[in-house]
Design a protein around this ligand. Sequence first.
Ligand code: BMA
Length: 387
Amino acid sequence: MRFLYSFCIMLLFLSCSNDSGTGPNDPGPAPEVQIVDPDASRETKYLFHNLRKYMGDAVMFGHQDDLAYGIDWNSEYGKSDVELVVGDYPAVYGWDLGDIESSSFNLDGVDFEGMKFWMQLGYKRGGINTASLHLDNPVSGGDAWDTERAVPYLLPGGSHHEKFKEILNDIAAFFKDIKGENDEPVPVIFRPWHEHNGAWFWWGVGSCTRKQYIDLWRFTVEYLRDTKNVHNLLYAYSPSAYVSDAEYLDRYPGDDYVDILGLDCYSLYSSDQIPTFRAQITRLNRMAASRGKVPALTETGYESIPIKNWWTQYLLRPIKHDSATSQLSFLLVWRNWTRNHHFAPYPGHSSAPDFIEFYNDPLTWFEADLPDMYGRETLIKVFRLYK
Ligand code: BMA
């Protein structure tokens, strides 16, 4: 009965949407966008188009591993610490592909098949997925934080080039296997080789030259896009805290290789850091505007959120400061692993009331605030009715 009802509603929506004369199964053309992949899927182009369209109207809230686990729970369908606190899901879901080449679980214990399922679920509800890559050092066999020199060996002609291509094959297969209702690949904002202006990862500033980093980035994009035909990605470039445009752009691979200008910034622990934070997002947003890109705070947070009003007074206030700071498209806080290592509140957390205020602010968007981001309005409406 419930199925029959939902089927009728689906038919109703589809027939209402059929006023363009293109037929119910024709989703219509993709918008014209300047992105890294000219052959990107229609939904991927729509995502970029809409991220740009809503800049200034909204900052979309994101949370790493949100649907996979939280405080005192793991892998429970529909559960989310964010949802438990505000009654709504994040607009953006962060995931990490570290260990994809060696294990069926990522470095933080999320199984990759489950990850695909949650990415699909988030997309079906209208949310946005982004993936980072804490990849093990392919040369030393150590983890992402093992800074032994590796990048030159991964590039064409290098001793570990074939091995690197095999890793990229696994990544390509993963991205191609995340599918929506019509078998379309789910768009993902891919954020490889992040925080490279720091020296803590093997792709960081201490372990390779500027040219090697840029070559690594370009090879990654070209191999996934041109050799493996992965067409559901937007590419995010994300240094960590920086002081000048020149520093931010020092290892920039070029406008043809980047869609999202990201920033990973955790330095918001005391009020005297707020002006520096504001200066960084102002610069970021201006650089993105002048290049036709999307600016985003791709990682932020305060581990275990020890300041009660951190959400509204430390994070949101500087973002709302003026018309330049408020252009950020989305922000993402890190994962809820334990009571000593979490970045979003859970029920009973001392920052939960402030997070509810943050949620209620018209500038912050969570799932229920999201308009159709992918050019497939009818299906989202039907799905939300039955979630
Ligand atoms: C760090 C911590 C680690 C985790 C890593 C990659 O910030 O959360 O526990 O393994 O990110 O997700």
